[in-house]
Ligand binder design. Sequence first.
Ligand code: ZN
Length: 465
Amino acid sequence: MKIYQFALPTLALGVAALLVFPKDSSGFSTIGGSLGINQRDVRVFNNFTDATANNNTTADANWPGYTGAPMSIWKACSEWASELHGGTGAGDPLQTVGSGGANFDITWQGIAAGVGGTNDNIHSELSGSSGGVLAFTETPISDGWRIRYYSSWTWQDGPGSVSSGIDIQGVACHEFGHALGLGHSTAGGNPTMIAALSGTGTAQRSIESDDIAGVQFIYGVKSASKPRITAVNNSNPLTITGTGFSATGNEVWFTNGTTSATGGDPRIIVSGVSSTGGGTSITVNVPANAGKGDVLVKNSAGSAGANLSNAFPVDPTAPPACTPPTVYCTGKVNSQFCSPAIGFTGSPTYGGTTSFNITGTQFLNNKFGLLFYGTQINGVAFQGGHLCVKLPIIRTSVQNSGGSASGTDCTGTYSFDFESLILGGTDPNLLPGALIYTQYWARDPNDLSGFTTSLSEGLFFEICP
Ligand SMILES: [Zn+2]
């Protein structure tokens, strides 16, 4: 078993290496071997004992589902990825993550149930100490690795500056460099693969030109034909947009959403997936055990790193987006030549976590009116205007439009609290996912069409979960 250590500069060997070759411009070294296409998974057994190792509790949509040490380690290993994480690098507000430019990407596989064996691809803490050694990587060869962090140090998960103690993300980035096949570097410019950490702080998080040369040497410069994910829609079925997908026979790799047993392959893989649009779009049902994390596509052209896409953040458990409230149909011009309009504030939710008011404007002042609604769309001629809701309809309570105290003008308005109606539970039609169609109807004694009524446009909306 080979062990590659990362030490503080107080360790003599680390300082010696730094002093002997301070200006070497191509200092990376390799340890022999590389990670096969099916060894790109990364997991954490989160047994870190320092509170500061898991005190970042701020969720980030670009690293969905994880905080604390797991998120910092996910970021660390993603630094070696073929391109900026999430397509923009915006995933970590403190740095760009993912700049290796090689045919190399990882698949984040979340939490493992234990430390695992030396080739189970799991990060974890190890009780005790070993001189100035911070952490080490075991058996970094083609069938996997294991990374351990000594408990004697005070570990910090950041996410910003690390004032005292040791930055998990920086050390994890270095150790994962060993796991993918790099030895220590003798280059200047403080490469991540330097043998000794140069003080506390977060400098080791970012790979430098020498590290990039190293990962590109082992895995090859990123191929122009390498599949690339540029967007996902975060729903089930999941639509993946990008380039370079095969017409048939793609694999889609998901993050395991459960605490996975050690010793096995944690990936959730859907095989035999076709694409459309000339290899630019894939739609796939999300498997039951897939969770928040990332998604990758391996095309059917082979099993080299050039056939595996970048890892794109995904939350397949997110509720599907609701249809936003939308105005439709046509209002009826009233006796003051105004066109009554319908609008809204807020959004309708079944759980009542928001407010949702439907408003009517441009109505005559000081006239009675009401909102009615139904579950089907309509647009037929009605009282000189249009009936925008199909019968049967339900009428809400009568309101006075208010507005100017004297004369006749279009300063009248209505407002109805539809969220309270949903919460009241009196109408069995008002359920999550239901589409509701609404319209205002009011008095207009001088209505030119003779019906003495006024009508707004229609508004339809979906009741969100
Ligand atoms: Zn090392």
